[in-house]
Design a protein around this ligand. Sequence first.
Ligand code: SAM
Length: 281
Amino acid sequence: MLSYQHAYHTGNFADVQKHLTLCVVTNHLLRKESAITYVDTHAGRGLYPLATKETQRLQEYREGIWPLWQARQRLTDPLLSHWLTMLERAQPVASELTHYPGSPWWLAYSLREQDQLKLFELHPGEHEHLRTQMLPQQAQRVYGDGLAGMCGLVPVATPRLCVLIDPSYERKEEYQEVADTAIYTLAKARHGIVLIWYPLLPAGHHCTLLARLKESGIRKIWRSELQLHAPSEQGRGMYGSGMLVINPPWGIDERLAAAMAHITPLLGGECGYRAEWLVEE
Ligand code: SAM
C-alpha cells in the first residue's frame, strides 16, 4: 500500500524541522575533507512546485515555510539565515517562493566531488518525478525499498556516513522496521549519523520506535520535537513532528534551539520546541 504523496504536505512545519536539522548536520560534516556517503531512504520527488493541484489542496506550506519566508529579512539567526538563503537558491526567481525542495535537494546541495548520495524511492510515480530532477552526478536514484537498500549498503566505502530515514508511516509496523534498520546500520557503521523523522499523533505510535532504540544499547540518541498544538480530543491528526539524531555532531542542539526560538512564534501561539537526549553518551 503506497498511497502517500509528499506533494500534499510539502513545506509544512514538519518539513521545516526536518530540513533545518538536516542542514545543521550537513553543515557540520562539511567542516572536514573526508568523503561522506549520504543515504535518503525515502526520497520523495525532490522538488515541489507549490502551484500544483496536490499542494494547493491542503496548502500546508502556509503554516510552515510561508511565514518564515515572509519574515526572512528580519530573521538574524545564522543557521536560519543560511537555510533561507539556500531556499532562495532553489527558486527560479529568488524573491518569490514558488518551489519547496525536498530532502534529495537539500542533500544534493551539500555534495562535493568526493561524496556520494543514494536516493531510494518505492512509489513508481514519485520515483519518476525524482528521475527527472536535475541532480549532481554523484546522486544515484534507486527505485526500490529504502530500508532494505540501506541495509545492503553498509559498511560503506567512504569514511563517513549520514542517513536520513523519513517514511510516511502508512503501516504501524514501519516504526519497528525503521528502528531495526537503524540498529543494523549502526552495527555495521558505528559512527554513522542517522536522522529519523517521526510524526506526533494522538495514538503515540512513535513510542514503539523510541522504546526499541532505547533498549538496543545504542548510545548518543538525541531527539527534538516541534509541537504545533495540543493533541486533538477526537484523537486524530498530526499535532507535532519529531527528529532523532543518532551520533549528532557536537553543538547542533544549541544551533537548532537558537533557530527554533525564532521559528516557533511564527508558527502560532501554541507552538513549542523541546530537545533532549533519549540516550546519552
Ligand atoms: N524525504 C522526503 C523529503 O523530505 O522531501 C519526503 C519523503 S515522504 C515523507 C515518504 C516517501 O517514501 C514517499 O515518497 C513514499 O512514496 C516513499 N516510500 C514509502 N515506502 C518506501 C520504502 N519502503 N522505500 C522507499 N521509499 C518509500
